[in-house]
Design a binder for this molecule. Structure first.
Ligand code: SF4
Length: 412
């Protein structure tokens, strides 16, 4: 990290990861934190732990902690990364120098041993694995329903998992939310990253508590919904919060969505998407580009443009084998040509970052950057073989073969 770099996250945010532990940051290298604190314990034990104090001391000196490596690797390949978004949110500057007045404010309140008051502004919660769907890009850490597929496929739980699954069965989200209550007066953002928020009993209970105790007015809720179930009760609660930045996760249209986000019913999904986008002013369609939908992106863009849905798209990084970088070189070349066609047709379509933290762009910008990213990515035969193996395996347990929906995969 150069002298100009800073990240506000260790001063402002708390993450809860699927293993049932607190974490410095949701995108940090988890192996760096050897003393993970269970989410059953008071937040203080994590917030000023030896690990957190060390991180703050390093960043205060302008040193990049090795735990932040992934974030900075993303920066080097021009991917959107968390450091920028969070700095923008809390400091009003995506890349402030150490002498930035707001950085100085944080540093002044930081003890020389790295301790910092518990003024936590944002919480990102990924400790729930309740979800009705078994999406191909997801893993058992975020949806335990996926285990049914894994058992049929004879796969180990770790396959496609970015993080290990919950080890400590006693760790409870209800207890974690109880631990958050004393911090509520400073809290401004609550982000729920999995499983499905509309059916997470601990989250819904916490939302009710916030509404009942008049904290909802000050809280922004950020989450994605799979749009699969009965959403009215959840949407009615969301309306009572300061803002609800809610994405309707949609990776394809019709049968492709049903295959990728099994067992979605496209008719119901479309109806639900329409309902959420009508009821919540900050709702949008959230898509993730991967090997399975890349050749059908035009259909999705057509659907969003036709319906005038606000739209956000990002590239999938994990599981690595489903990232578009896994395509063989000749496929990457043809994909770049397809992107040129999409730029011509949809390039001027605008998209807004869901967190409203970074400047909005247009699709041409995203597609151009993605083209450069794919063209410059290293070929990796192992990942491509693994991608093909994943699709072939899912073809065996789905009613339709992917090749019948996305002709690119006819060869399987
Ligand atoms: S630099 Fe990146 S990984 Fe490190 S705390 Fe900030 S956002 Fe997280």
């Amino acid at each position: 990290m150069n002298k100009k770099s800073f990240c506000a996250v260790p001063w402002t945010d708390l993450s809860v990861i699927p293993t049932g532990h607190y974490s410095m940051c949701c995108v940090q290298k988890q192996s760096e934190d050897k003393n993970k604190i269970s989410m059953n314990l008071p937040v203080e034990q994590h917030w000023n732990s030896e690990y957190m104090r060390g991180i703050r001391k390093e960043i205060s000196k302008g040193i990049l902690p090795s735990a932040c490596e992934g974030c900075f690797l993303n920066q080097s390949v021009d991917l959107e990364y968390r450091r920028e978004r969070m700095n923008q949110r809390y400091l009003g500057d995506k890349d402030p120098s150490l002498d930035h007045p707001k950085v100085q404010e944080l540093l002044k309140k930081t003890n020389t041993n790295g301790t910092y008051p518990m003024n936590i502004k944002g919480v990102e919660i990924g400790g729930d694995d309740t979800c009705q769907l078994r999406c191909i890009t997801c893993s058992p850490s975020y949806s335990r329903s996926i285990i049914k597929d894994y058992e049929r496929l004879g796969w180990p739980y770790e396959r496609k998992n970015r993080l290990p699954t919950r080890k400590d069965e006693s760790a409870s989200l209800d207890t974690m939310f109880k631990n958050l209550k004393p911090l509520i007066k400073d809290l401004e953002y609550i982000k729920f990253v999995g499983g499905e928020p509309s059916i997470s009993k601990p989250l819904l209970k916490f939302m009710d508590w916030c509404i009942e105790h008049k904290h909802a007015d000050n809280l922004v809720v950020i989450c994605n919904t799979n749009g699969a179930g009965k959403l009215e009760p959840f949407v009615e609660k969301l309306k009572l919060f300061k803002r609800a930045l809610i994405g309707v996760s949609t990776d394809g249209i019709g049968e492709l969505e049903e295959w990728m986000r099994y067992p979605t019913n496209w008719g119901r999904k479309e109806k639900n998407a329409k309902y959420i986008l009508k009821e919540l002013p900050d709702a949008f369609i959230h898509s993730v580009l991967c090997t399975i939908n890349a050749h059908k992106l035009g259909d999705l863009l057509e659907w969003c443009t036709f319906n005038q849905y606000p739209f956000y798209i990002e590239r999938l990084n994990w599981p690595e084998e489903l990232s578009i970088c896994s395509f063989p070189q000749e496929v990457k070349n043809s994909l770049c040509k397809y992107f040129d066609y999409l730029i011509e047709k949809y390039g001027s379509t605008s998209y807004t970052h869901p967190s409203r933290m970074l400047t909005s762009g247009n699709l041409s910008n995203f597609l151009q950057k993605t083209k450069t990213f794919v063209a410059n990515s290293q070929n990796n035969d192992t990942n491509w073989k693994l991608c093909v193996d994943t699709i072939t395996s899912y073809n065996k347990i789905r009613k339709t073969k992917l090749g019948n929906i996305n002709q690119f995969y006819n060869f399987l």
